[in-house]
Write a protein that binds this ligand. Structure first.
Ligand code: HSE
Length: 403
């Protein structure tokens, strides 16, 4: 029998307890041992009427109980999650977490402690919710060299953009619907400003390269400025708009950004709708591999957490996740990236576009205003052309990469 403690009884925590109880024989059979939720940790002010028999309100009860072998951290955020996880690992308990903020900030340090103590610190639910992407990257794609990872990694923003595109909603209307459906984080800023996606792509890049990627160095733009007009233009271009995490790995680091992007109908990420996520991995040997599934929500995330609990049970005394190297992954200047870009002006100024850009395709259906696609030009050169264009009394009303 293996005893576990679940820290937090919110959406994911209650999902873990529910699935552990409903699928007890299946889970125990796969783990090779019976697993029991000995404790659920909640805050001392938790409502009396909702308290359960195995609930405790002081973390030390769990820390000091040597029967607890695995701690499941599903509180979210950095404090007190970081302190609880670190103390648990130092005490020789394995930890499973769905907390991307914790992994992005302290993943390397916590992996090092786990390796030192010969216990596990498993993070499979921190990216992609129910999509098993971290385990295949760690196990199945190990022979490959990962050259890039692109993903739709945030369910809330993908839901919002889908509602805006398909149901003609404004950003505010769609955000309210996402919140009512329980998708958005408590503070929606982390979702809609792209910070959640930035943390997730940093974790994926760290796993792909074995070096810690600092999410704070990844350029990030959210979806709050996307309007109905953007959606109309996207439809005219036969594209959708997605919040994309883009990355390309090179010998001396990686390019990475998070931004709204026009995704053409032919691209495999185009059809990823609603709360679904997808991760497209470009392998040097395998070519493209795509993972698709529900990136948020109670049961899909609980399923990923429980898969990690089972791995902890099967790998007692052996840390299976190799800690990231001490050397940090260099995040390179995106100015050298060459991607197709869509640009729109506030007026009809085709002559100005032609003066500054070569190889452009004008878009019909952009009304009175000039809109065009730049086929191939480094970002830094587009930036400098656009700043010169401002002095020609032309405003840039839209600029989006196109994949
Ligand atoms: N708020 C996150 C999302 C939850 O919408 O994807 C899962 O990380």
């Amino acid at each position: 029998m293996v005893n576990i403690a679940v820290l937090g009884n919110g959406t994911v925590g209650s999902g873990v307890v529910e699935v552990m109880s409903n699928y007890v024989s299946n889970i125990s059979e796969k783990a090779g041992e019976k697993i029991k939720v000995k404790y659920i940790l909640e805050r001392p002010d938790y409502p009396e009427a909702l308290k359960k028999e195995n609930m405790v309100f002081d973390f030390n009860t769990i820390l000091e109980d040597d029967e607890v072998e695995i701690v499941v951290e599903v509180i979210g955020g950095l404090s007190p999650a970081y302190e609880f996880v670190k103390k648990s690992l130092q005490k020789g308990k394995s930890v499973v977490t769905s907390n991307k903020a914790l992994v992005a900030e302290y993943g390397k340090e916590l992996m090092d402690i786990a390796a030192d103590k010969n216990v596990n610190f498993l993070i499979g639910a921190s990216v992609g919710g129910g999509i098993p992407v971290l385990r295949p990257m760690n196990v199945s794609l190990t022979a490959d060299i990962i050259k890039g990872i692109d993903g739709i990694l945030n369910g809330t923003t993908n839901f919002i953009l889908t509602q805006m595109y398909e149901n003609d909603m404004s950003f505010e209307e769609a955000l309210k619907l996402a919140q009512n459906n329980g998708y958005a984080e408590l503070n929606p800023e982390a979702d809609v400003e792209g910070h959640d996606t930035t943390r997730k792509i940093a974790i994926l890049l760290s796993l792909a390269t074995g070096k810690r990627a600092d999410y704070k160095k990844i350029s990030c733009e959210g979806i709050t400025k996307i309007t109905k007009e953007h959606m109309e233009k996207a439809k005219a271009l036969n594209c959708d708009i997605k919040l994309l995490a883009f990355s390309r790995v090179c010998d001396d680091g990686a390019y990475a950004f998070v931004s709204p992007v026009l995704v053409s109908k032919e691209h495999p990420l185009n059809n990823v709708r609603d709360v679904f996520n997808a991760v497209l991995i470009h392998g040097e040997i395998t070519g493209d591999v795509m993972f698709y599934g529900q990136g948020a929500g109670k049961l899909p995330t609980a399923s990923a957490v429980i898969a990690d609990i089972i791995d902890c049970v099967k790998n007692k005394g052996r840390a299976i996740l190799k800690p990231w190297a001490d050397e940090e992954l260099k995040i390179k200047d995106n100015g050298d990236l060459i991607l197709k870009e869509f640009i729109a002006f506030d007026k009809d100024a085709k002559d100005i576009a032609e003066k500054y850009f070569k190889n452009i395709e004008f878009i019909s259906g952009a009304g009175e205003n000039t809109a065009f696609i730049i086929e191939s030009m480094a970002r830094k050169d587009i930036d400098s052309a656009l700043s010169s264009i401002l002095s020609e009394n032309v405003k840039i009303t839209e600029r989006l990469p196109l994949i």
